[in-house]
Design a protein around this ligand. Structure first.
Ligand code: NAP
Length: 265
């Protein structure tokens, strides 16, 4: 199955990188981008066929991935619609591009809305899925199998897509922010910046793996490591009174509101 990427910057590039790392053959990936220099970089970095002609990608690929900025999507959809190519699955990852909008622009084409996140370049991603009405069971399975190579796939009712987008699509930024703040707090107590970052990163990785391995409620794990009257408990008390829960609730709320505004444009 040949995968065709229209747009291959931050996100499209992360997906291609992850797929190649997972063993997907480079001959089975084609990409088209805006500038010849980006196409050359993709050829050099990944050894894939890359150019600036979207029509070639549409014609040659078995499954299409739209990874351009949301404002460029109308132009790309029009290129796909007028290509004369047989209908094939079109998987769009652009923020705000609902199934309704995709189906209206590509009547009769099987469309899929996804929201990936960048850790998929390391095989540790999460990709959210919502499927259009014209997609067959085998096309669904094929689309999910591509992303299962890059981490977890989760199907959501489209009404929950913005909430999922806030937690996993934007989530890496919030976690990076947390790691940075944890490291800076260590520096404020005298640690060297480099050491503090190492401690904060490895602790975040290790704690996430513990939650995964123990299949435990993270709130219960937090209590387990906090001996009453001990130093961790003293720190957790401050997190609670300063309102980390409330800050995160508002963070996710603001992200969802913005995602909805894009979808309603
Ligand atoms: N970044 C994330 O973490 C993330 C997460 C989830 C979803 N997304 C979604 O992914 C999409 C891409 O975001 P990004 O961060 O990867 O953007 P980006 O880094 O700016 O990449 C955009 C890509 O689109 C190409 N492009 C521009 N105009 C084009 C055209 N007319 N035809 C074909 N290719 C064209 C660009 O080519 P040049 O390099 O030649 O300009 C570039 O390869 C967005 O819709 C975003 O909502 C992003």
């Amino acid at each position: 199955m040949k995968l065709g990427f229209i747009g291959a910057g931050e996100m499209g590039g992360a997906i291609i990188k992850g797929l190649l790392k997972s063993g997907w053959p480079k001959e089975e990936i084609i990409a088209s981008v805006h500038s010849p220099s980006s196409a050359e970089r993709l050829q050099g970095e990944f050894g894939i066929c890359a150019g600036t002609q979207n029509r070639q990608t549409v014609t040659e690929a078995d499954m299409l991935f739209i990874a351009v900025k949301p404002g460029v999507v109308p132009q790309v959809l029009e290129e796909i619609r007028s290509s004369g190519a047989a209908a094939k699955p079109v998987i769009c990852m652009a923020l705000g591009w609902t199934l309704e909008k995709l189906q209206a622009a590509l009547p009769g084409w099987p469309v899929v809305r996804i929201m990936p996140n960048t850790p998929l370049a390391l095989g540790e991603g999460v990709t959210l899925f919502a499927f259009g009405k014209d997609i067959s069971a085998s096309q669904r399975a094929d689309a999910q199998a591509v992303f299962a190579r890059l981490g977890q796939t989760v199907e959501l009712p489209e009404a929950l897509f913005d909430a999922g987008t806030a937690v996993s699509g934007s989530g890496p930024a919030f976690v990076y922010y947390f790691i940075d703040a944890l490291a800076k707090a260590g520096v404020a107590q005298g640690l060297q910046p480099e050491q503090a970052v190492t401690l904060a990163v490895q602790t975040t990785v290790g704690a996430a793996k513990m939650v995964e391995a123990e299949k435990a409620d993270p709130a219960v794990l937090a209590q387990k490591v906090a001996t009453p009257g001990g130093c961790t408990a003293a720190g957790l008390d401050v997190l609670k009174t300063k309102g980390l829960d409330e800050a995160l609730r508002d963070t996710i709320g603001a992200t969802v509101d913005k995602a909805r505004a894009f979808a309603n444009k």
